[in-house]
Design a protein around this ligand. Structure first.
Ligand code: HEC
Ligand code: HEC
Length: 407
């Protein structure tokens, strides 16, 4: 992504704090959504969750933004994880960081509830966007912060002549059009998914893999050093990823029922994922045992084939029950999955999570990606596995909340 100012290249927690400190001077130095090296990699971790109790008796997913926070005027009635997704989308849309709208973000004394001018503008923008969608698009969420801002604080007004006469950049829509099989030459979803299962080693081998533990490293976007990572998985769909970051542990877990995220740099313990985001976590866990992928979605659709990093791919989309949409890119030649993006709805648009897979190698007769990149609005982690133990014993407590922190 192009950015308007010179980048600072620093690393580690210091970068995160510097990003905030700079926010007041030149907010464009700090970005979570760009190729900026000084942006906060883990902003969610800075949340004021201390004392936020998730009402367990009503299920873990009932904490609403206006209850968890102090000064909520427009983003009411949404769960905490969705609220944080909206903050991620704000930051991404404007290429800014939390500290550009909030007082004291990144310090030991953040005042998230304060209303500095830019935050007030953002609040007005939420109302504006809701009104645009309501008045013109029957309430469909077609205009979002990104529609105008595209990574800039002042949306462009005039088309540049160079832009008119250069190759337009094609940005596919989230919900892809269905390709007519007769003319597009695309096989039905069933065939693409069957070929994937074959490519992985076949249904029989997949069924024999019932758990695994893996070790390796996770390189956080913008960081100079990689962190140790541990992954535990148990069929059919339990998964926990634990990364020992310098600032503390990052973890994502799905225990077959509930999903949790735990972040470092934090006052927070953990927060639960809800709705489409939880369904996304469930899908991530399913992908540890992809033999069950076909059954995961009731609705599959095939769109036009595409090219991804120079490889021809089939593009297939699954529509979940809780509003999650997931797009899968299967290499035409190998049949293997190279990319998966899942989207969860939020009050201000879809929140994307993208995983890119590579370096498939056989483990107990099943091809497993030794490298993958997990990108979300709060950072991008590049995993590189060094060992995978198939069918290792994994204690149920691994997936349970609270997530186990490193000693
Ligand atoms: C473009 C401006 C903008 C950015 C960037 C932004 N926020 Fe916000 N934030 C807001 C607005 C506006 C509200 C109030 C929403 C409302 O009134 O419903 C808010 C509210 C909050 C609250 C609730 C505070 C309270 O107690 O009432 C928290 C916590 C928060 N933001 C965290 C973050 C984090 C963490 C980031 C960085 C990812 C971030 N925000 C980025 C505009 C922003
Ligand atoms: C229809 C186009 C449009 C949409 C959609 C839109 N904005 Fe804006 N926004 C603008 C324009 C234009 C400006 C600059 C206004 C000016 O220069 O006075 C702006 C300015 C801002 C600013 C002030 C930036 C600064 O320089 O301090 C913030 C913050 C902001 N928008 C947040 C948002 C958020 C958050 C959303 C999504 C909820 C959003 N905007 C959606 C058009 C839009």
């Amino acid at each position: 992504m192009r950015l308007p100012s010179k980048r600072l290249i620093v690393s580690g927690a210091a970068a995160w704090l510097i990003a905030f400190a700079l926010g007041g001077m030149d907010s464009r130095h700090a970005s979570i959504a760009s190729s900026d090296h000084s942006g906060p990699k883990t902003w969610l971790g800075a949340l004021p969750f201390e004392g936020v109790a998730f009402a367990q008796s009503q299920g873990p997913n009932t904490q609403m933004s206006e209850v968890a926070f102090k000064n909520i005027q427009v983003l009411k009635g949404i769960p905490v994880d969705e609220f944080m997704g909206t903050m991620g989308l704000f930051s991404a849309a404007l290429s800014v960081c939390c500290g550009d709208c909030h007082t004291g973000a990144g310090t030991s004394n953040p005042k998230w509830e304060d209303d500095p001018p830019r935050k007030r503008v953002a609040r007005r923008m939420v109302s504006m966007v809701n009104a645009i969608n309501k008045d013109n698009f029957g309430g469909r969420q077609v205009v979002t912060c990104w529609t105008c801002h595209r990574g800039s604080q002042s949306p462009a007004v005039t088309p540049g002549i160079d832009a008119i006469y250069s190759t337009p950049t094609f940005v596919p829509p989230d919900i892809l059009p269905v390709a007519p099989p007769a003319t597009s030459g695309t096989p039905p979803a069933d065939q693409i998914l069957d070929k994937y299962i074959q490519a992985l080693g076949g249904a029989a081998n997949l069924a024999k893999l019932t758990s695994y533990t893996a070790k390796g490293t996770s390189q956080l976007f913008g960081e100079a050093q990689a962190d140790q990572a541990e992954i535990d998985a148990k069929a059919p769909n339990q998964l926990v990823t634990l990364v020992h970051q310098r600032e503390g542990d990052l973890a994502r877990s799905y225990d077959g029922r509930d999903a949790w995220v735990m972040l470092p740099l934090t006052v927070v313990g953990e927060y639960p994922l809800t709705k489409g985001a939880k369904e996304g976590a469930k899908l991530d866990a399913q992908m540890a045992f992809p033999g069950g992928l076909k059954q995961f979605f009731k609705t599959w659709r095939v769109t036009y084939p595409a090219t991804l990093d120079g490889h021809d791919v089939y593009v297939v989309q699954g529509i979940g029950d809780e509003g999650m949409v997931a797009t899968f890119y299967f290499d035409k030649k190998t049949g293997l999955l190279t990319r998966m993006i899942h989207y969860a709805n939020s009050a201000v648009g879809r929140v994307p999570v993208q995983t890119d897979y590579s370096d498939y190698r056989p483990v107990a007769g099943v091809m497993m990606p030794y490298k993958y990149t997990y990108g979300w609005v709060s950072g991008r982690e590049e995993y590189s596995l060094t060992e995978i133990q198939p069918n290792a014993a994994v204690a149920a407590s691994k997936f349970a909340r609270p997530i186990q922190r490193a000693k």
